[in-house]
Write a protein that binds this ligand. Sequence first.
Ligand SMILES: Nc1ncnc2c1ncn2[C@@H]1O[C@H](COP(=O)(O)OP(=O)(O)OP(=O)(O)O)[C@@H](O)[C@H]1O
Ligand SMILES: [Mg+2]
Length: 460
Amino acid sequence: MKWSISTKLFLVLVAISIATVTAMGLSARISFTRGFIGYLNDQSTAYVESVIPRLAEAYESEGSWEFLYHNPRAWYRLLDTRVRRDGPPQFSEVDFAAVQLRMTLLDADKEVVIGNRDLTPGVPMRPINADGKTVGWLALVPYQQATATADVRFQQRQLKQNWLIGLGTVLLAALAAWWLSRLLVTPLTRIASATHNLASGDYTVRIPVTSKDEIGGLSEDFNRLAQALAHNEQLRRSFMADVSHELRTPLSVLKGELEAIEDGVRTMTPETLASLQSEVATLSKLVSDLYDLSLSDIGALSYRMADVDIAEVLQSTLAAFQQRLAERGLKVETQIDAPVIVNGDEGRLQQLFNNLIENCARYTQTDGTVQVACRNIDGEVLIEVADSGPGVPADILPRVFERFVRAEASRNRSHGGAGLGLAICANIVHAHGGTITATAAPLGGLLIGIRLPQQRTLKV
Ligand SMILES: Nc1ncnc2c1ncn2[C@@H]1O[C@H](COP(=O)(O)OP(=O)(O)OP(=O)(O)O)[C@@H](O)[C@H]1O
Ligand SMILES: [Mg+2]
């Protein structure tokens, strides 16, 4: 059976209340019978003990019980009561247990002489001994029996009262359940319906945060989640648009050139072929960069970490670029400690430096300077790649690590790339637990600063 939270709350509250009322009723009853009636019975027994010698004495002086037949006055006098001429007997002590009214005197043959006649078999009796033999019996009708009818009436009244209390309790429980469900269930329902909308793709849903409790916290988290999803969705869309745009450009150039050759407008010369090759090279670099990015998005899983001497990797990268840098008249200044060991993936680190030096070779003005530094500082490795300009405009600087971001959108395609290189660099550095920053270099160009921990902290 499917019960709503309100129903469950209501049932639990009713059950608790009913259990409490029952327990209280029972304990009241038990303490009444055990405590109060027990006390009265003890008092009665003591009183009975005190009466027996007086009865024996009276029997000895009168010679029989004859004087007591139909003589309540004498009976009550014997029981130490003051007698009023008009009206009921009045006891010298406060007789809570009505013990004098419950006592019965029987003769030696257990025939009633005087007293309470509601005797039932099994009523406790005590012998009265005089002249060395048992001359009579004193019985005490039990308190419970004497008050049986009153007891029933009391019980009935209590039952009626319990019903009333029970009814009141159920009403209270219903009220409490209604209030609690308003407090708990209403916001939950709101969150549930918002989640439903979110799941079906509506990222604009937000939940009003009305409280500072757990539900308020949950609502805040939900709103953050929806915001993150909306942001990611926007990123995904712009990324797809960028990717298809980047792919379309070299493809349409290729297509145009091939059509021109097909129509005989262009002849197949080595130059045409080289141009086609270069478009294909652009395409394949783009595709492999995208693949790299998607790999590093998955995380450090595709990284094979080992101790790597970064200084060595940097030196070999610089050596590979030496000719290209020299062709552009770029002077290289290095300040590289040796060795600089970090825990990393050598291939990825090589890729990182390739991208950085490639950018310098590409974008630094001819006859400029490229500075490369690599130092050990307090358990960290600091790598800096800087050049003499022109650098990146200040408004682009904070975004250079985003995908497809280029300083000049109109930059000649043969000169610039797709804008993925630095995004890949950032991913590689983050996968090594490090940080990467882009600032203006003292020489006037771009300064890329990288800090890598020597002992890699695991990043999930
Ligand atoms: N050393 C630099 N000097 C001046 N501008 C730079 C330098 N390095 C990067 N940039 C600017 O930052 C942009 C982003 O660089 P990034 O390496 O991410 O992409 P890219 O070089 O354009 O293309 P890719 O590296 O994917 O082939 C570049 O387009 C360029 O405008
Ligand atoms: Mg680049």
